[in-house]
Design a protein around this ligand. Sequence first.
Ligand code: GLC
Length: 520
Amino acid sequence: MLWLSPIYPSPQDDAGYDISDYRDIDPTFGSMEEFDALLAAVHERGMKLVMDLVVNHTSDEHPWFVESRASKDNPMRDWYWWRPAREGMNAGDPGAEPNNWGSIFSGPAWELDDNTGEYYLHLFSRKQPDLNWENSEVRQAIYSMMRWWLDRGVDGYRMDVINFISKDTNLPNGHVRDGGLSGDAMPHFVDGPRIHEFLQEMHREVFAGREGLITVGEMPGVTIEEARLYTDPARNELDMVFQFEHVQVDHGATFWDPRPLRLRDLKTILGRWQAGLAEVGWNSLYWNNHDQPRVVSRFGDDGAHRVHAAKMLGTVLHLHRGTPYVYQGEELGMTNAPFDSIEDFRDIQSLNHFAEAVSTGADPKAVLAALRVRSRDNARTPMQWDDTENAGFTTGTPWIAVNPNYKVINAQAEMADDDSVFHHYRRLIELRHTEPVVAHGDFHMLFTDHDQVYAFTRRYGSTELLVLANFSGHPTTIEVPDADRWQGTEVVIANYPVDATENLRDLTLRPFEGRVYRLR
Ligand code: GLC
């Protein structure tokens, strides 16, 4: 299935996650006719198409917000979160915001609107006012829009920060740390008081009685306990959620404080999610998306070992239990971008953070160094189709610089090379279709305390898989548990040539090696 990030009309303050019209296509991307043609072509290939649903907030240019801000007694006033200045203070005074929440994109989460002298809430940019889900007209308007796209033929939704839609209506003080999706204010809007009620209502109003749809909720801060509730089929909420723990594993005190990967922590987190959703619910599996730096640069090696590392990372992820997601270019082993200066960046989260940090005295070089590692723009450089100008992405001027490594890393070259990252991903996907154990098998983590090795078994009926991976650029020697059982079994996928006579009691895994054994 194909998931498209938002393609609706938008001022593009946050790369389309600020929607000004839910029922059209932004001319940047094409027309409604072209969308229908795409949808038909996807269906012809036996695939599905999933749209991004961004309904925690709209653009401030959406007609709903334009109405809402027009006057205090406008019928749509209550569609957003409007509040007067804090008691005893004048609107506009420093610190007069209704509470102390910070925006996830820096600065306060409240913006004063001069028109009425009140503030509106925006957890993200000031051009992304939060919708008030307490208002049933808001919910009905959203459900109606969702049905409209399903009637058109789309196959489901990826729901943007959907666990933020139910807020504590008292809006109590708290604190959201700069740029991070963590901090004390989060309990007031993450998995809020009415969230399950809203999602069950949405299910009844939008999805009930329709077949073959897919729903996945993006949920920063979601716990395993909550995820079981969201994805328990008996509760009629969602098919799966995107949790965030494993992509925060290398964060320090804040989002902008990168730390080296500790492999043990990654195994602890993913192992817990595998166990937590083993009986009830379902996992989604991802390394990458438009918000995450490129995984080969982040947890692998984008230098000499790039191809081995990209294949190993794909193998480990795809052999977990759950639905794997591949973000454009991940299947080519695309890397982080070599940005030189702040002028190279486009992402509002990165730009706001830079401006705020530098204005409060941080060393611009140090801020830039963190942006290079952490910025969402690493994932947003143009898709590398071939080795012609601009990687074949455009004949015009791309909106953000192409990664210069497109001469080597591009779809055309990798499709022609049977040993490429691309073909490795195809084989991983094929394995999931031909081996039921990949989709359905149980999961058992091995080597939990090892600093270099990520290993696990899967079992389904009489079939077992053993996945062995070296997450480092140095060889490492291990004794495979139950080595005698696995000795001489078939290797179903690998990123190095495998010698069948190797002794599994004394096995050396090469840099970023990953291989999978099968026992029947
Ligand atoms: C989600 C999106 C991200 C966006 C934010 C606000 O996290 O994935 O790109 O900036 O929500 O809509």
